[in-house]
Design a protein around this ligand. Structure first.
Ligand code: BG6
Length: 462
């Protein structure tokens, strides 16, 4: 029996834009807008309009989540729903009412609500008017939105996070063209990474200034800590892995926990002429407003090798001039999503946090497996028999448990996701939930993994 620490969070995560549906929303976020202009880019042309209908179905959904043994749930408040006037931060009363009902119901169902403020879902007007996260003004508008959330819901929500996977915004929007506006602009990417860090620190500052910590509330950030493994021990491959780690992980992890950017990364960006613009007070704000706890999303490792082409080749600046992806022969892969399965990384993450990041309290804020066409696994009783998901979770939990035994301060494990939800460009191609969702009828059914998770949660281990 692998027993986990007392009061361990057994739960799952979703986000507003992926679960609620667009119902009654005044503003479009970048994804709502992208779907309006290029629906063909989305799998089967399914957009975020209905998503998993959480806006209408939240009571039933939350009671199903309770049934799969969840004692905690992360979702996000959509900026594009809560705020009516994006400049002055007046709130939309229907949205306040909706989020109040959701938070109250989560608590009534015996789950701890964890509320995230930004899950890739910038109101698109702020991109069109100001260039989104390229602009300091947008940083301040975000802080205003965050303050509203703390003020309205901080009496019941004890755990807050500023961003989910901010690096995905940098990469998807500014480097590798998988999120609107699909730019390829290294210099802007660097500035956006800086502003997202600043926005997080400023939101933490506002949180503390409002006395949230005195009320026993905590604030953190959710990062996709994809550990980097070098293809070999040659100098070139090790150097590639070090720089990939600096860019992908330390860019957000170090400011959030140590209160400053890694010196080596700053030097590299200065040498390459792409360093961010700052203002005098920023370094103090970042230094003084580090997080209380960390959320770690982990799906797959990042394997790299020395680049085939020399980093000083002629061309526009991109961070991956310093490393190439390495497809390790013989790796185990979830072929539907194309991601390597490497559960040992859970242990490496746990030890990295323990040894290098103050052993800060942290939890696995997302882990999971997106599988297509799960109807092929429906058993005689009509339940999807997703044994592959149970095995996946078990293996990850085993390695996590080893990390906890070694002293890492992990307090929970959240699956992506409770109920199959809408997933950006992939829409409903890959399903991750403990609970399936028929997107034509919105009928939701617990999968075998959901029943299994309930026993894990009840036994605090397996
Ligand atoms: C994480 C995100 O990157 O992974 C989620 O926080 C996302 O929003 C999840 O849905 C799974 O990835 P994908 O691309 O398969 O949806």
């Amino acid at each position: 029996m692998k027993e986990f620490p007392k009061k361990f969070w057994w739960g799952a995560a979703t986000s507003g834009p992926q679960s609620e549906g667009r119902f009654h929303k005044k503003h479009a976020n970048v994804f709502d807008y992208h779907y309006e202009i290029e629906p063909e880019k989305f799998y089967d042309q399914v957009g975020p309009d209905t998503a998993s209908n959480f806006y209408n179905d939240y009571q039933n959904d939350l009671s199903l989540m309770k049934k799969v043994g969840m004692n905690s749930l992360r979702t996000s408040i959509q900026w594009s729903r809560l705020i009516d006037d994006l400049e002055t931060n007046t709130v939309n009363s229907d949205a306040v009412d909706f989020y109040n009902r959701v938070i109250d119901t989560i608590i009534e169902q015996g789950m701890v609500p964890v509320i995230n403020l930004h899950h890739f879902d910038l109101p698109v007007e702020l991109y069109h008017k100001y260039g989104g996260w390229e602009s300091r003004h947008v940083v301040d508008l975000f802080v205003g939105f965050a303050q509203k959330c703390f003020e309205l819901f901080g009496d019941r929500v004890k755990f807050w996070t500023t961003h989910n996977e901010p690096m995905v915004v940098v990469e998807g929007e500014y480097l590798f063209q998988f999120h609107y506006p699909n730019l390829v602009d290294g210099k802007k990417a660097v500035q956006v990474a800086y502003h997202l860090n600043l926005a997080s620190a400023k939101a933490v500052q506002a949180f503390r200034a409002m006395g949230m910590s005195e009320q026993g509330n905590q604030i953190g950030i959710v990062l996709n800590l994809t550990p980097t493994y070098s293809a070999s021990d040659t100098e070139g491959d090790l150097e590639a892995a070090r720089i990939a780690e600096l860019w992908n992980n330390k860019m957000f992890l170090e400011p959030a926990i140590w209160g400053h950017f890694p010196e080596e990364l700053e030097k590299l960006l200065i040498k390459d002429g792409v360093i961010w613009q700052t203002e005098a007070e920023d370094s103090t704000i970042i230094a003084e407003n580090t997080i209380d706890f960390l959320g770690v999303n982990f799906y797959h490792p990042n394997r790299v090798k020395a680049p085939d082409v020399a980093p000083n080749s002629v061309g526009s600046w991109m961070p991956d001039r310093y490393y190439d992806n390495f497809d390790m022969p013989g790796r185990r892969v979830n072929l539907d999503r194309g991601w390597e399965i490497y559960p040992e990384a859970m242990y490496d993450i746990a030890i990295n946090i323990k040894d290098n990041y103050k052993n800060i309290p942290w939890y696995v804020s997302e882990n999971g497996m997106g599988v297509s066409n799960e109807d092929r696994f429906i058993g005689v009783n009509g339940v999807i028999e997703d044994d592959y998901r149970i095995d996946f979770v078990k293996e990850h939990l085993e390695w996590l448990h080893k990390g906890i035994e070694a002293g890492s301060n992990c307090f929970g494990y959240h699956m992506w996701t409770p109920i199959d939800c809408w997933s950006w460009l992939n829409a409903y191609k890959n399903r991750y939930g403990f609970i399936s969702n028929n997107i034509h009828t919105q009928v939701k059914t617990i999968k075998k993994s959901g029943y299994w998770f309930r026993t894990v949660s009840e036994n605090n281990g397996f």
